[in-house]
Design a protein around this ligand. Structure first.
Ligand code: HEC
Ligand code: HEC
Length: 279
């Protein structure tokens, strides 16, 4: 008898707590209670928990990467060029302030002058290549070649030793940051194509099955694209033509509302291969 009462009370308590939890969740989500403003700061505890989770996630995933030699000065100079073009706007550099975007982001991108102390080279490579979800740190995998990613890491190894004049001198000597043409693979890679679609922001304008994103209707939905006769009403729908549309959008159909996104041949072929699965 007594046992049953205890069980009943326990069940009722759990049910009441669950209901209260669901109500609080509904108030936060549908009642708009959570302030998403980038000027509203996290609690210190929230910040610490998020940062720890991020740090551990990077450590785990970078564990088995092999590091190339990073000591060559020419390699670091090429990295300095890409660092200047792709990173300084958000992270700043010795004697160089972060740009407007970097200064006002939440979380704020820290200066990378002490990155060498916090991260191993392979972790810096992983962070630069993959980016950090929900922070604004972009993934560079589809913008910089693999060698360039390591070159940026090589430069970050030298960054702590540079004062402002020394940094300025490196910038004077640094070449341009130009991505070498990617070797075309013998076969297309559907999974890579799916990643590339998200990384080229296709889902900002199109809803695409298999890609999480807003319900965007600036461009036509791409569900069933493989069964359509024509691409954008102009080109016969073959994988080669689809890749061409993605690389040379404005040449194929001058003045079309779809911008030309600077997509490489390899990325285009992989994206076309993924789109070809959408029957
Ligand atoms: C659009 C802004 C932006 C750009 C451009 C950018 N980052 Fe970041 N980066 C961030 C943000 C935001 C964070 C996250 C900060 C946090 O979580 O505390 C971050 C974090 C990092 C971290 C982890 C740092 C740490 O110790 O917390 C590294 C390393 C890094 N970025 C490297 C780079 C490199 C290398 C480049 C250039 C190839 C780059 N970032 C370009 C915004 C940017
Ligand atoms: C800024 C918005 C925008 C972005 C970003 C964008 N598109 Fe488009 N896309 C459009 C518009 C608008 C059209 C219709 C163009 C037309 O018919 O002239 C279109 C047409 C297309 C078509 C032809 C669809 C059909 O039914 O014929 C394909 C395929 C396509 N886009 C794929 C992509 C891919 C892949 C990406 C990313 C690499 C991308 N788009 C990025 C706006 C966009």
């Amino acid at each position: 008898m007594q046992k049953r009462t205890v069980l009943l009370v326990a069940t009722a308590t759990v049910a009441a707590l669950a209901a209260a939890g669901a109500l609080a969740f509904a108030a936060v989500v549908w009642g708009g209670l959570y302030n998403v403003s980038a000027t509203s700061q996290h609690l210190q505890l929230t910040h610490t928990v998020l940062e720890t989770a991020m740090r551990q996630a990077v450590r785990l995933r970078a564990r088995d990467l092999t590091e190339p030699p990073l000591a060559d000065e020419r390699m670091a100079l090429r990295g300095a060029a890409c660092f200047r073009d792709k990173c300084v706007q958000c992270h700043g550099a010795p004697g160089v302030a972060q740009g407007d975007i970097g200064q006002s982001m939440q979380p704020v991108p820290g200066p990378l002058v002490d990155a060498r102390r916090h991260w191993r080279p392979r972790e810096l490579y992983w962070l630069t290549r993959q980016g950090i979800k929900m922070s604004g740190m972009p993934a560079w995998e589809f913008r910089l070649g693999d060698e360039q990613l390591w070159e940026v890491v090589a430069f970050m190894q030298r960054l702590p030793d540079l004062n402002a004049p020394a940094y300025a001198d490196w910038m004077r000597r640094a070449p341009a940051c130009v991505r070498p043409p990617q070797p075309l693979q013998a076969s297309v890679d559907v999974d890579r194509g799916r990643l590339a679609l998200a990384q080229h922001a296709c889902h900002a304008c199109h809803t695409i099955p298999g890609i999480t994103g807003p319900s965007a209707h600036v461009g036509p939905p791409l569900a069933g694209i493989a069964s359509r006769q024509l691409i954008a009403g102009t080109l016969a729908n073959t994988p080669e033509n689809l890749a061409r549309w993605l690389v040379a959008t404005q040449q194929v159909k001058p003045g079309t509302a779809m911008p030309q996104l600077g997509v490489s041949e390899r990325d285009a072929r992989d994206m076309a291969a993924y789109l070809a699965t959408l029957r």
